[in-house]
Design a protein around this ligand. Structure first.
Ligand code: ATP
Ligand code: MG
Length: 340
């Protein structure tokens, strides 16, 4: 049945066979519903990610497949591309993102402010794209582990459109759906009420507010609190602590904080749309780049800077001695400060 479904759509959504991939599958992550592997497609000579759903029952996997075929139609710079599925492995096949998830990066590296702001801006661009589709495509599972990073640490939104509100769905079932992945921090308070309305774009905007806080602080929200505590306190208007944003923030950060607080407003009607935020985040980025990188960019243009990129664990400081343009590009994409 599967093969029939996807036959006749060349170049669109493929059903790969296991032996379309080279034999060595590298496990990247183990998750609740299965595993993520790095695989290499023999045909394209390209690395891909294969996300298996082996703990889902057949019916649920059929649903995932159906959704994945819709997700595959979404093409945008800041959105993860879906190539197809591998029904033999109950898996979805997608673009491989070499730098993993933002969740992991925030825990392992110290990011500089321009890079933080750039990531916020790029993620907003991706979300804005989904929300300006007709009808809007709601993500409903936006979190730092679903924001992935390419070779140059630019972001792409992944795993969108897998969770749906269905007409007549009970509140309990929907909440189970949402919280099954341990995402309580990203769920807006209006969802906790007795008879919640179907989720709207403002659901994702709320989740994005939490993501912004995580990027700005590099901490986990509500660390050490139980699910029930989070649920009760968020319902009463509590949010992650803004004072945890490092004090040495540039003054442009004030505007980011305002946007973040609007995004997680208790009243969903007061939350902005992603399109509203983009003007502000774009403006902030321009300011920061002029301020921090003007002279460096000039140096790159004049090709005076030949650098050797010595990557340390902290993205705060890189030693740039002598080297190649690839390193320079990488340093710029990291938003690192450069002493020539
Ligand atoms: P959810 O199932 O709710 O999306 P999750 O995001 O935590 O939960 P996965 O989507 O399975 O779990 O991803 C687990 C990890 O696998 C990610 O955090 C990321 O590090 C890695 N990963 C996922 N997709 C890719 C990809 N396309 N390229 C590279 N790494 C990926
Ligand atoms: Mg995910």
């Amino acid at each position: 049945v599967l093969m029939d479904c996807f036959a006749g759509s060349p170049g669109q959504f493929r059903n790969f066979r296991k032996d379309d991939f080279e034999a060595n599958w590298i496990k990247v992550a183990e998750c609740r519903f299965g595993q993520v592997y790095q695989v290499k497609l023999k045909l394209w000579r390209e690395k891909c990610a294969l996300k298996s759903f082996d703990s889902l029952c057949a019916n649920n996997f059929y649903r995932v497949m159906d959704e994945a075929s819709n997700m595959a139609k979404v093409k945008f710079k800041y959105i993860m591309s879906i190539y197809g599925l591998c029904s033999e492995a109950t898996a979805v096949v997608m673009e491989y993102m070499s730098n993993g998830s933002l969740n992991n990066l925030l825990a392992s590296h110290t990011l500089m402010w321009p890079k933080k702001f750039q990531m916020i801006h790029e993620a907003s661009m991706g979300m804005n794209f989904l929300h300006t589709m007709k009808p809007p495509l709601l993500h409903l599972n936006l979190k730092t582990s679903n924001i992935l990073l390419d070779d140059h640490l630019h972001v792409k939104i992944s795993d969108f459109g897998l969770i749906h509100w269905e007409e007549g769905m009970s509140k309990t079932l929907f909440m189970e759906h949402l919280t099954a992945r341990g995402n309580i921090s990203y769920i807006p308070p209006e969802t906790f009420t007795q008879c919640p309305d179907p989720p709207r774009t403002t659901f994702d905007v709320y989740s994005f507010g939490i993501v912004m806080w995580e990027i700005l602080t590099q901490q986990k929200p509500y660390a050490g609190c139980s699910v029930t505590t989070v649920l009760l306190e968020v319902a009463q208007g509590k949010r992650p602590c803004v004072e945890m944003i490092p004090e040495q923030m540039p003054h442009e950060c004030d505007q980011m904080i305002r946007i973040m607080q609007q995004c997680w407003d208790q009243d969903h009607g007061k939350r902005p749309q992603f399109s509203d935020n983009l003007h502000a985040t774009d403006g902030i980025l321009c300011l920061l780049y002029k301020k921090d990188f003007g002279s460096f960019r000039l140096s790159v243009k004049r090709e005076h800077v030949s650098t050797q990129f010595s990557g340390q664990k902290s993205l705060l400081h890189y030693t740039v001695a002598s080297g190649d343009t690839e390193s320079v590009k990488q340093v710029l994409s990291l938003g690192a400060e450069v002493n020539c």
